[in-house]
Design a protein around this ligand. Structure first.
Ligand SMILES: *Cc1c(COP(=O)(O)O)cnc(C)c1O
Length: 227
């Protein structure tokens, strides 16, 4: 077995084990393969091993890959920061956007989403660690933004996303994910179903706190040369 199918298998096993430990159904946790910086051939190899949802962070790189892999029925997720002058191609070409953190961005995505397409699935990114360098809305502003985004046409607000402070301490990992889950519970009236949290280093903690999408790059594709 090649390295990528093997990496996928290890991830699926980690997810299954974490779900068993958390008393959760593994079908309730989706594995999003984060292919940023890796070539189209790597995505194709993962696809052949059964992976159908992929995440990208850099728009130019992503669009080239979407074109190259147009023969595959991939569900593409945009997981990077969304710049307001790049909303159109994102709204036209992706099924999901995880990094919405301002109303203006959501409005522009709604405006640019083609009427004949299915609604664009969006998550609101929350800065759960409060680090100045991190994107995301402040936790205390997240519910207001969620209500505003939920009211927009052509978007379907699915839930919240976070990239917590990196730490090897499982208790601190869980604490940060628990903050996101708390917001999700407070937003119960909005009919949300998604907590996008957990990456290669902390997916177990995220699943313990209710993650429904884990975004995994390194553990599938290997170490990235940049970012
Ligand atoms: C790169 C990236 C990931 C994947 O991180 P790994 O540690 O390689 O698994 C997940 N989410 C976002 C938003 C990313 O930018």
């Amino acid at each position: 077995m090649g390295a990528i199918p093997a990496g996928l298998q290890v991830c699926r096993e980690r997810i299954a084990k974490a779900c068993a430990a958390a008393g959760r159904d593994p079908r309730a946790v989706m594995l999003l393969a984060v292919s940023k910086t890796f070539p189209g051939a790597a995505v194709r190899e993962a696809w052949q091993a059964g992976q159908t949802a992929f995440g990208e962070s850099y728009l130019q790189e992503a669009l080239a890959k979407l074109d190259e892999l147009a023969d595959l029925a991939i569900e593409w997720h945009f997981i990077g920061p969304v710049q307001s002058n790049k909303t159109r191609p994102i709204a036209e070409r992706f099924a999901w956007v995880h990094g919405v953190d301002r109303l203006k961005i959501a409005e522009r995505l709604a405006e640019a989403r083609p009427g004949e397409a299915a609604p664009l699935n969006v998550c609101i990114q929350v800065n759960v660690s409060g680090e100045a360098s991190k994107h995301g809305v402040a936790p205390e502003e997240a519910l207001t933004l969620a209500r505003q985004v939920a009211a927009l046409p052509r978007l379907k607000l699915r839930g919240f996303m976070a990239i917590p402070r990196e730490t090897d301490d499982p208790a601190e990992q869980r604490g940060q994910f628990a903050r996101l889950r708390g917001l999700f519970e407070q937003a119960a009236g909005l009919g949300l179903d998604t907590l996008s949290m957990g990456m290669s280093g902390d997916l177990e903690a995220a699943i313990m706190e209710g993650a429904t999408i884990v975004r995994v790059g390194t553990a599938i594709f290997g170490k990235r040369e940049y970012i």
